[in-house]
Design a protein. Structure first.
Length: 307
C-alpha cells in the first residue's frame, strides 16, 4: 500500500505540486491568470478561463447557473482532500482547452463517422472531463474508456458531472507502470481494443525509462490491425531536452520535438513497430505559476501515428 501511495503522489496526471497548500486570494474580476496563480498552489478565486466549464455544467449536467460556482468549489475541495495537486488547486482539471487541439477534432470526426465503431481511451483521466466533452459532442459514451491511478478521482467525476445514470464509459483504475506478470493486470481489459488514446499531462511525469515503459503499454492497448491509430495529448516540454527535478525530488524527462521522436523510435525498436510524431509548441498563460523560473519550459501538443 505504501508503494502504491508513493507512486500515486509522483505519477498521477495532476502531479507537480509543491508543499505549500495555503489558501489565499479572493475573487477579483479582470485579473490575469498569471497574476491569480503566481506562486500559489491553492487559490480561492476561479480563474478567468473557467467560463467554458461553467456553460458545460449548465448544459450537460443541468446545474443551475447560480449554483455552478459553489458546485465547482465543493468538488475541487473534495479532490484536494484526496491529494493536493497543483492542477486541482488551480482548477486546471476543469480546463476544456484540449478541444482547441486539431487532433481532438480529428478524433471526434472519426468517432462520429457513420457506422463508426472506433474506441477512445483517456490515460490519466482524472475526473473524466475529456470523455464527458466527447459524449456532449455526440459520441456514444459506451465506446469511451478512461483509466487513472486514483479511483477516487474517477468516482468524484460522476458527482462533478451528475451523470452516473446516463454516462456509459468504462473506467478502470490501474497502474500503467506495473502491468503484467506479478503486477497489476487490471488494464488488460483494454489490450488490443483501442483506436485512439489521449494522454495529457502524463509522459512528462516520468523518467525516460518509465516513459518507454508507459509508451510500450499504450501500444498494447491499441488495435494492432488499425493503421490509423493515434495517440495525442499535451504536456510540459522544453527547448533543451533532458532530465529535470520533479515533485519531492523525483526525476522526469522533458522533450522537444527531436527527443520526442527519438523516444518513439526506441519504443518502436523494442516493440517491432514504427511511429511518426508531431509536436506543436503552444503559447499559454500560467506556464510558471508555481514559481518555476526555468525559461526553457514550454507547453507542447503532440500526436503519435503508425509509420
Amino acid at each position: 500500500m505504501q508503494k502504491w501511495l508513493a507512486r500515486l503522489r509522483r505519477y498521477s496526471r495532476c502531479a507537480m505540486a509543491t508543499e505549500d497548500a495555503s489558501k489565499n486570494s479572493k475573487h477579483q474580476p479582470g485579473r490575469s491568470l498569471d497574476y491569480i496563480l503566481k506562486g500559489k498552489v491553492y487559490v480561492e478565486e476561479l480563474p478567468p478561463d473557467i467560463e467554458p466549464i461553467r456553460r458545460f455544467l449548465e448544459k450537460y449536467s443541468s446545474i443551475r447557473s447560480k449554483d455552478v460556482d459553489e458546485h465547482i468549489h465543493r468538488i475541487r475541495d473534495r479532490l484536494w482532500e484526496i491529494y493536493p495537486y497543483v492542477c486541482i488547486g488551480h482548477f486546471r482539471f476543469l480546463s476544456l482547452k484540449f478541444t482547441l487541439d486539431p487532433r481532438y477534432q480529428t478524433a471526434l470526426d472519426r468517432l462520429l463517422a457513420p457506422n463508426s465503431k472506433a474506441t477512445f481511451l483517456d490515460v490519466g483521466c482524472c475526473v473524466g472531463q475529456v470523455l464527458r466533452q466527447l459524449a456532449f459532442d455526440g459520441v456514444d459514451s459506451s465506446r469511451l474508456s478512461g483509466t487513472d491511478l486514483e479511483p477516487r478521482f474517477i468516482e468524484t467525476g460522476y458527482d462533478l458531472f451528475k451523470d452516473r445514470d446516463k454516462f456509459k464509459a468504462t473506467f478502470v483504475a490501474g497502474d500503467i507502470l506495473n502491468q503484467g506478470g506479478d503486477g497489476d493486470s487490471s488494464l488488460e481489459v483494454f489490450d488490443g481494443k483501442m483506436n485512439i488514446i489521449h494522454a495529457t499531462s502524463f509522459f512528462h511525469l516520468f523518467t525516460w525509462e518509465n516513459q518507454v515503459r508507459a509508451a510500450r503499454r499504450l501500444i498494447r492497448f491499441l488495435n494492432p490491425d488499425d493503421p490509423e491509430v493515434m495517440i495525442f495529448g499535451r504536456q510540459v516540454g522544453t527547448t533543451t531536452p533532458g532530465d529535470r527535478e520533479g515533485a519531492r525530488g523525483s526525476r522526469r524527462f522533458l522533450h522537444n520535438a527531436t527527443s520526442w521522436q527519438e523516444l518513439w523510435d526506441e519504443v518502436g525498436k523494442l516493440t517491432g513497430t514504427a511511429w511518426r510524431t508531431e509536436v506543436d509548441e503552444i503559447e499559454e498563460p500560467g506556464m510558471h505559476s508555481d514559481g518555476n523560473t526555468d525559461g526553457t519550459l514550454r507547453r507542447i501538443r503532440f500526436g503519435v501515428y503508425r509509420n
